[in-house]
Design a protein around this ligand. Sequence first.
Ligand SMILES: Nc1ncnc2c1ncn2[C@@H]1O[C@H](COP(=O)(O)OP(=O)(O)OP(=O)(O)O)[C@@H](O)[C@H]1O
Length: 712
Amino acid sequence: MPSMAQGQGGVKPKSNVDSNDSYARRQKIMQQRKSLPIASVEKRLADEVRKNDIMIIVGETGSGKTTQLPQFLFHAGFCRDGKLIGITQPRRVAAITVAKRVADECGVQLGQRVGYSVRFDDRTSAATRIKYMTDGLLLREALLDPYLSRYSVIIVDEAHERTVHTDVLLGLLKRVQNARSKSGHDHSSADNKKTSNGLPSDKETGARFNGIFKQSQGGKLPPLKLIIMSASLDARVFSEYFGGARAVHIQGRQFPVDILYTLYPETDYLDAALITMFQIHLEEGPGDILVFLTGQEEIESVERLVQERLQQLPEPSRKLITVPIFSSLPSEQQMRVFAPAAVGFRKVILATNIAETSVTIPGIKYVIDPGFVKARSYDPSKGMESLIVVPTSKAQALQRSGRAGREGPGKCFRLYPESEFGKLEDSTKPEIKRCNLSNVILQLKALGVDDIIGFDFLEKPSRASIIKSLEQLFLLGALTDDCKLSDPVGHQMARLPLDPIYSKALIVASQFNCLEEMLITVAMLSVESIFYAPREKLEEARTAMKCFASPEGDHLTLINVYRTSAEFLEKRKMEISTEKSEKLLRKWCKENFINSRSLRQARDIHSQIRGHVEQMGLCVSSCGDDMLQFRRCLAASFFLNAALRQPEGTYRALASGQVVQIHPSSVLFRAKPECIIFNELVQTNNKYIRNITRIDYLWLTELAPQFYTMQN
Ligand SMILES: Nc1ncnc2c1ncn2[C@@H]1O[C@H](COP(=O)(O)OP(=O)(O)OP(=O)(O)O)[C@@H](O)[C@H]1O
């Protein structure tokens, strides 16, 4: 009711308008909920969950699984005695937006009965009963509460995605469920022995978990109900894995989606996507468009092309706006896709597969699917991960088309012939078969799972990649000679919510007296694009960056940005309110071509990891201006990512032997020092390395003899 909300003619007091507005909204939501296919089977589903400890639920996209099932189970009494229903999602954006929607549907504030928890962002409270989270986060929780004793039900949503965390979680949940049903005893987290900071001690974590599956101690715990859910999974595979678990199919979809194919294969799918986008814009009825692209670069180039083509259209046809979404975009910017476009405008969302599952983006009526995705790939012989563009699977194509037809009938334009669809793989190759497993192995070891090769995976990763990851963990000092978690380093590393290499860097830094600097570095490396350089102001941006640039490299440059901004804030805080000083900081960021959201995110992450390392008792001290000490520490931490300059100016990565190049965004792009360490390998047409610091070659044999004497 916009006319009323504008308050024209003083028709009604503001509060009445608001309450009318929210009443109408709630009525609309109630109607929507009632019309979902899942609504008619509420009672049956609750009964099935009561009868079966494990269930597989398959239902069309948009049928209401993710938003409704947890509410049904809440009302059916599954949260009695303060227990929680946990729902895992492969992606943060899905966990956050679905939790917001469900809180809205329940008429409660987010973080009360309904909340979410993702890495570095927790919106739950003691009152939370329905908790959306990423699959990785639940794995971490299992470290502290190995019985997952706070949960009565766990729903693993979008299981077809087969992320590495989903796969490991399934194996783990199987064990937890067995242990809980066999023991019938209480292992509530409150009863677990804890250190003064509330965490189990390093030694306890593994030991307790080993014990759990062999014997029981304490009082009663209800069985854990486990539900595996998706619109596009092969129920048989999951059912067999869980010993013949019951599979339930929810019939019906909310709105039809017309699928259209091209007559012939497209040679240039970006161009085909642009043509289709403009055809929809000029010829089809109202409704927003969602286009699936493979990555940030592609998205940004399509954004530019759209702008150029719009200029060639007559003025009235130019009412089209593009909104990007990809995983490295700061959360707040990602959320922009959910905001409606201005009246009269059509919105085009340019997305990676981040928007492929679970999310409902209001207004989307058309989906354009070129049929490609950027996927992780791992070469165990080199120990190197990279991203490559591959065709989607049928399951992914189905999920993509499912993003239309959620609020009304929709259309999906697949930019390949129908005959090609038949040739696609049914489902996506599990990530566990194409990624570095160090992180997963570290977590499994911390959970007391010592025999990684013998672990009951839904699908086993290759022996070669398990061995390579074990070798890396060994070189980082996380494992002992007999492949157990080392004490204290391995246990400490497992407790930090970071990549093993970063966790190790923090531990090493505490010995080099530069943990303060390493905390900043790890926080800044955990966010994307601290600097931004708009095309039209490229030179200005470069000049601004020079004020922070360190001749030693990108890590020190990032520290300079962080420190300068912290000093800026500190000075203002004495004189003005925090809110005002934050506003001034945003202005400062803009003037210096720094992404203020990324910087704020880095500050948040910094304070959270600082909390972790302090709890662990590491000594947080600073090396002050002794940056030589800090660079030595970088060499000792990232020795697995060292590279030597070659005569023609490229570099040879010492661990893998790969030829790589310094990315143009690095402050060392022109200097090209002889020996460097780097943090990231990006594979486009070339193999680029990013986040680089100059080191002395001799430091490697001195500081990482376990690797470099072995090599020579
Ligand atoms: N944020 C939202 N705004 C508006 N409507 C929404 C929102 N989230 C969900 N809905 C409505 O609820 C319906 C059910 O969504 P839900 O995510 O529960 O379906 P689902 O079966 O889990 O789908 P998928 O398999 O695609 O994840 C959507 O089709 C849409 O109509």
